[in-house]
Design a protein around this ligand. Structure first.
Ligand SMILES: [Zn+2]
Length: 301
């Protein structure tokens, strides 16, 4: 078993064929480790840009890659063939975050017309693994440098932001958090399900009749009384969330209840919130110091 720790640099370039921008890979760097985590070899190669002939200034600053460097690169297809030979078989590939993999898929699709990455056998999102290892919430994605510092590595020892440098830093992070048993549960075989999942685009569900909308969650319980409130308006879709007015049968309090369903590859995320509801007419009357008109929530929605 060999570990391949890989990092890519890319340049966002306009592409006439798709009439849009895509991240064109311009450099690949990687470190190969044996099962004892000893360094066996390194790989570093510039990829000749075919879409973005000039580097964006941000990429130049961030990576110190120059336009001259790029002209020494080899075309994507050729570079990937070299890399595949270098990787060999029986590998676990790792990257910090899975963006590199998404970008690779995009580039393979565009330049080679294939939807799979030929050298990818098994994959670990090392960022995800590291966060679990260090007990960091999934929501705050930790950067490579921040993780290194947290683990006591001295960043001054590394030159950063070139693909091979970042890979070498990632290797040292990996060595500090290596736990074979835990790692195995983060190692994904790169079959069909892997590609479906990684290329799945999360989306908000805006059709209230979708089977993914759990009707059992479309209810509101009064904050004060704890009883189920009655809905006194129709549901409306506002900013991709469902919204309705509810009234408590006990205390008469009205709230504007919002709930949204976001579909991910293997689950639906549900978030809801409620704010006290005051009818516009009442609000206007109150501001003008007039007597409040009767309830007209229905009419006002
Ligand atoms: Zn109540």
């Amino acid at each position: 078993m060999t570990f391949i720790i890989m990092d890519l640099e890319w340049n966002n370039a306009y592409c006439r064929k798709i009439d849009g921008f895509m991240n064109e890979i311009i450099e690949i760097g990687a470190v190969k480790l044996n099962e004892h985590l000893e360094q066996v070899d390194t790989f570093s190669l510039f990829i000749k840009a075919q879409l973005g002939k000039r580097l964006r200034s941000r990429v130049k600053e961030l990576t110190n890659i120059t336009n001259a460097d790029l002209s020494t690169g080899v075309p994507f297809t050729n570079a990937m063939a070299q890399f595949r030979r270098w990787c060999g078989d029986d590998t676990v590939t790792m990257t910090w975050g899975d963006t590199d993999i998404r970008v690779l898929i995009e580039n393979f699709r565009y330049f080679n017309g294939v939807t799979v990455i030929p050298f990818l056998e098994n994959y670990v999102n090392l960022q995800k693994y590291a966060q679990a290892f260090m007990n960091i919430e999934h929501a705050d994605q930790i950067g490579l440098s921040a993780a290194a510092e947290k683990l006591g590595l001295n960043l001054a020892d590394y030159s950063l932001h070139r693909a091979l440098d970042d890979s070498l830093l990632t290797v040292d992070i990996f060595r500090k958090i290596y736990n074979p048993h835990m790692l195995s549960s983060y190692t994904l075989p790169c079959g069909e399900a892997f590609y479906s999942k990684i290329t799945f685009k999360a989306r908000m569900i805006t059709d209230i009749h979708s089977p993914l909308v759990d009707q059992g969650k479309m209810v509101y319980y009064c904050d004060t009384c704890g009883v189920e409130c009655e809905r006194i308006s129709d549901w409306r879709v506002v900013n991709k969330a469902f919204r309705a007015i509810f009234r408590c049968p006990e205390c008469g309090q009205k709230v504007r209840f919002l709930i949204r369903f976001k579909e991910y590859y293997d689950h639906v995320d549900v978030k809801s919130s409620a704010v006290p509801f005051v009818e516009k007419k009442k609000l206007r009357a109150r501001q003008a110091g007039e007597t409040e008109p009767a309830d007209q929530a229905e009419e006002l929605l």
